[in-house]
Structures are given as structure tokens and as C-alpha cells.
Design a binder for this molecule. Sequence first.
Ligand code: F6P
Length: 319
Amino acid sequence: MSIAVMTSGGDAAGMNPAVKRFVDYSIEKGEKPYLIYDGLTGLLDGKIVEADKHAVSGILFRGGTILRSSRSQRFRDPEYRKIAYEQLEKRGIDKIVIIGGDGSFNAARVMSHEADVAVAGIPATIDNDIPCTDYCLGVDTALNVIREAIDGIRDTAASFRRTFVIETMGRNCGYLAAMSALTSGAEVCLIPEVDYDMDQITRRLNDEITQGRLYSIAVVAEGVAEGRNIAETLERKTNMEARLTILGHIQRGGSPTVLDRRMAFEFAHTAVEALLDGERSFVTVTDSLNVKTKPIDDVLSSTYELNPYICKMIHPLCH
Ligand code: F6P
């Protein structure tokens, strides 16, 4: 029996390195890996190709997904899904890794219920809105794209007396906006998860303007309100000219950062390993971003050791 991978839903940086690790590790384990092109749509249409190492060489650095992606309406129809299962059966595929967001995981779960196929989800969406995991592929790259944009806007902001409103993606999740605001020193940040009060915000800005503030930056998540309305309100209530930048799809592009490449490697490695160990329906997750405290005595009385998991990953490169 064989193992396959697809990317589905909104593309995210990190998908390509995950596909590469999937293929390399599957081959290392003696499996026959397949690539499904065009997401769920491609599965229905049989765009499924057996992969060798050559198929995934030189893709690690590339943004987007070489497998392409889709949001399939047809897959919602049980009659079409039967066709998808036939496509898998024909090729002896009984294990499938789906790299995407919650919509893709719903499809994966349906597959595991209706067909004899084990499914693994790898979280990948710049929105970072998948429960049970601190991190989804694509987020760090998107944050770096946003950081660069805000740094650029700050250059012009510092040369003018203006308010700059920057609208970020994220659907109904404020993660991208919140992290961007915190790491870029924005004066205002509006996200769907936290109530806001424009009167209070503009009072604060007006006080700061009186004390000498020359410009300000407001990061607004797309799930809150039209950035244009926020810019108009800020301009009207602070008497400072406002400009709006909607970052849009640029946030989904770019060569994956080191964090995205690393997490792609680990998610894909873990997904293949667990499928081969017989797990049938799961998502790879991480909680490594939690910050906590440790008594200083514990730290000083311990010896540093490279995480044994990293040593295990590196092992094949040492032999
Ligand atoms: O889910 C990722 C995302 O980029 C969201 O942040 C955004 O709202 C949406 O996809 C845009 O979707 P599309 O690419 O279909 O316009």
C-alpha cells in the first residue's frame, strides 16, 4: 500500500518544505510516495503522480505550493467523493497527508470515515486559527512580510504628520495583526477577539499628539472592520491625515523563513512516522511556543543538552 500528500485551501509558505520532507522520509522508510496536484479538486480528477526524490529537489526555498491548491465544492457531494476514493484505491493509496487549514481537515475526517484510508493533517494557514496547536505553517513568513511592510511605512510615516492604518489578513482571527502590532511598536491594534473603543483610542492619540506625537501606526485585522472606515474615523477624530495600506495576498507569499522550514520538516516527519505506526486520523500539533518561568536554581543546576529529538532528526545526515 502507498502514501500520498496534497496541499489544500489557502497556500502558505512552508508547504513546499513539508512536501519535500514527506517524499524524502517516505522513501527512506521504503514507502511509495504519491503527489496529489490541485488539492481536493485534483484528487477527484486523478491528478496523482508517483514521486521520486528528484520531483521535490530545489523546492525547499520556494513560497506557495508546487502541488498547487484549491477549495473544492465538488468534494462536498458524496457522489463525487466516491470518485475520489476510487482514485486512491486504484493506486493502492491507504494513507494520506493533507497540508492545509480546518476546511481541509474536515474533508480529511470525512475521508477517514467513508473510505479505508488513514489521514494526517498538517496545520498550514497564515491565519494561525487551528485549535490545539500554537503554530501553523506560513505564519512566521507572513509575519516577516508584514514586518517589512510596516518598517517601510514607518520610514514615510516618520517624514510626515500622518496616521497609517495597515490592514492584515487572518479572516476572523487576530493573530497576525496582534503579533505584528507587538513586534512593530504600533500605537493601535484592532482584532476581532478584543473589544475596542474608538473614542478612547482617539482621546489617547490626541493626548499624545498634544505631547508631540508626529505620526501613528494602527494595525487592523481584516476580521474587525474595513480598514478604510477606521482610517476615516481616526482622521476625523484626531485631525491628523490618515492613509490606508491593505497588505492583501502579498502576506501569503515569500520564501519560507527558518521557522517555517523547521516546522514543515517536523510536522511532515511526524505525520509520516505516525501513519506508518498505524495512527489513523490525526493532526500534527505543537505547543512549543508557551513561555513559562523556572526557578533560577533549577536552571543553574541543570546541564544543557541538545534536544534528543533534534539529534534523532540529524542522525541520517551523520552516517
Ligand atoms: O485563510 C488564508 C487567507 O489568506 C485569509 O487570511 C484570507 O481572508 C483568505 O485566505 C483570502 O482568501 P482568497 O485567497 O480565496 O482570496
